[in-house]
Each structure stands twice: as structure tokens, then as C-alpha cells.
Design a protein around this ligand. Structure first.
Ligand code: AMP
Length: 303
């Protein structure tokens, strides 16, 4: 079992879906990622919060295998984000993004973090993702997320980071934006040329498509009766995926495909309630059971 280092946002999220409207919940990409990955291994967070992020909010991390030495507390307000979803939950408008303390943020890795072998660069400015990699002494497996904002706004910095990334985890629209190809298969090949040998394409309720040397691997999303809030599903998926790899500490094809199922299983819980509420009450037994349900969902006997 190996530890994972992650850099990303710790936030106050407000979310409106057809099923409710919740304000100022603890969220952020690094939060979803680390809570998810901590089901499998130790996670080291690099992020920043303001002085409005009190003991009460820190509770979300407590009792889990999450090292907060690299979580900077600075004067000012914590990052805030609000999103509103369409009726079918497939599209989302960002109503506001207040960077606040993130505006001046530069990741500083505590000495104890520097030898971490598994690294997840959540969706932040690619220059900051690069700054993290500069401080890690022996990265063995690096995964990253990004979004159209950086693909369009900071393409050169992003290209530099992609050269240092083993796995890129993005959605289908971002694949099209980054590659300039409307066809996903061609787009995936073009992105692999940029550096990442593994590309994981998140397709919302259609599940996940992975390309790697051995070809494609696809998993549907778990059919669920209640989906209340898709926020953070992608970061939760990434947490399960990286957590499983770091636990297994190998990257064979079998392990990587199982890691895709682990990520999909965790993400399927994340969407069942608002914010992190379902994940924080999730048990390992429930997670194990859903992993097995995925096997039933996808298994068939070939002739
Ligand atoms: P996802 O649903 O996977 O896009 O992730 C949503 C999470 O990302 C929320 O918890 C937000 O706080 C966080 N988030 C949204 N926009 C940004 C941004 N520009 N930088 C960092 N984190 C963000």
C-alpha cells in the first residue's frame, strides 16, 4: 500500500438540482478525492482554506487516513463555488466561482510529502500542477484532471504538464476541446500523443471509457433510482481509481481495470445525496457490495 498526494480545491459549495438547493457545504476537488481515496490508502492533501474554515468544517476529514499537514490556513475567505443543474442532471451552469484565498495560492509540499509515489493533480491552474510535480522527488504514477477553462485559457502550460502525466481523467467535452477532434476515438489517440499513456474519459450517466496500450475498456454507470447531486462525481471517481492503484501498488492491466470499477463504485455513491453526505456515511461493506454489483452488471459469458 502506497500513499497518494493530491493538490486541488477545498471549498464551500452551493448546489441547486431539481431535488434541492443546498448552500455552503464543504466541497472541493481535493476534498472529494481524498475522502474517496482514503477508503483504500493514506492521502496527503495540498490545498488552502481561509479563516472561515473552522473546526466544524475540518470534521469531514477526521477519522480518515487523510494527512492535513499540507493544508494551508491563511487569512481570508475559502474558495466558493455554486452550480445549478438541468432537469436531467446532464448539464450544469456555474453560477459563481470565487477564488478568494486560492488567488494567491502556491503549493508548498511539507518535507514528508515529497517522496510520495502516487500523485493526483486535481483541476487547478496547470502551472500550479507543475509546481507540485517539481517538488515531488520520485513520482511513480501521476494522474491529472483539467477543464475547458485551462484547455482554452492556458494551453501552453497545460501541454507542459501533460508531458509529465501518466493518466489524464477528463470528460468527453474536454477530450474534444483538448484534441480538436469531434470523434472521441481519434481525440483519445491525439491526447495520448501529448503524453498520458492512459486516458480516462468520464461520460456522466454513460459511465467511463478508458484507452490504454491494450485498447479500450468501458464501464457503464450503475443504474440508480435516486441521483440527487452529481457534484464531485469525477473527483470521487479519481479518488477510487488512484486509491485502488496505490493499494495494489502495481499497474498491470487487471489492476488498472479493477481500479476503474473501484472509482465507478465510489462515484455511484457520491451522487446519491448532496455534497459529501453519502460518502461520509459510506461503509467499506457497502462499497464492497457495489463493486460486486458492478461485476454482475457488466459480466457475460462469451460463446
Ligand atoms: P466536479 O463536479 O467533478 O466538476 O467537481 C466539483 C467540485 O470542483 C466542487 O466541489 C467545486 O468546489 C470544485 N471546483 C469547481 N470549480 C473549480 C475551480 N475552478 N477550481 C478548483 N475547484 C473547482
Amino acid at each position: 500500500m502506497q500513499p497518494i498526494l493530491t493538490v486541488g480545491s477545498v471549498a464551500f459549495d452551493s448546489v441547486k438540482t431539481p431535488f434541492g438547493d443546498v448552500s455552503q457545504m464543504v466541497g472541493g476537488s481535493a476534498t472529494y478525492f481524498s475522502v474517496a481515496a482514503s477508503f483504500f490508502t493514506n492521502v496527503r492533501i495540498v490545498a488552502v482554506v481561509g479563516d472561515d474554515f473552522a473546526e466544524e468544517q475540518m470534521e469531514i476529514f477526521s477519522g480518515r487516513r487523510i494527512d492535513l499537514t499540507g493544508l494551508q490556513h491563511v487569512p481570508g475567505e475559502t474558495f466558493r463555488w455554486k452550480g445549478e443543474y438541468s432537469l436531467d442532471l446532464n448539464t450544469r451552469d456555474t453560477l459563481y466561482t470565487h477564488l478568494n484565498v486560492f488567488e494567491q495560492f502556491h503549493p508548498i509540499l511539507p518535507e514528508s510529502y515529497r517522496p510520495t509515489p502516487f500523485v493526483f493533480l486535481a483541476n487547478i491552474h496547470p502551472a500550479l500542477q507543475g509546481e507540485v510535480l517539481d517538488q515531488v522527488t520520485e513520482p511513480r504514477f501521476v494522474a491529472a484532471d483539467t477543464m475547458n477553462y485551462w484547455i482554452d485559457g492556458t494551453p501552453d502550460e497545460l501541454r507542459k504538464v501533460l508531458k509529465r502525466v501518466d493518466a489524464l481523467i477528463i470528460n468527453d467535452e474536454e477530450v474534444r476541446g483538448l484534441s480538436g477532434e469531434s470523434n472521441l476515438v481519434k481525440g483519445a489517440r491525439a491526447i495520448q500523443e501529448m503524453g498520458p499513456r492512459i486516458l480516462i474519459i468520464k461520460r456522466g450517466e454513460s459511465g467511463v471509457l478508458m484507452t490504454r496500450d491494450a485498447g479500450f475498456f468501458a464501464v457503464p454507470a450503475m443504474p440508480l433510482e435516486a441521483v440527487l447531486d452529481p457534484t464531485g462525481a469525477g473527483d470521487t471517481f479519481a479518488g477510487g481509481f488512484m486509491g485502488y492503484l496505490a493499494l495494489a501498488n502495481e499497474m498491470t492491466d487487471t489492476v488498472v481495470t479493477r481500479a476503474i470499477i473501484a472509482g465507478s463504485a465510489l462515484a455511484s455513491f457520491a451522487v446519491e445525496d448532496f455534497g459529501l453526505s453519502r460518502l461520509v456515511r459510506l461503509t467499506t461493506e457497502e462499497l464492497h457490495e457495489r463493486f460486486t454489483e458492478f461485476k454482475r452488471l457488466t459480466h457475460f459469458d462469451a460463446l
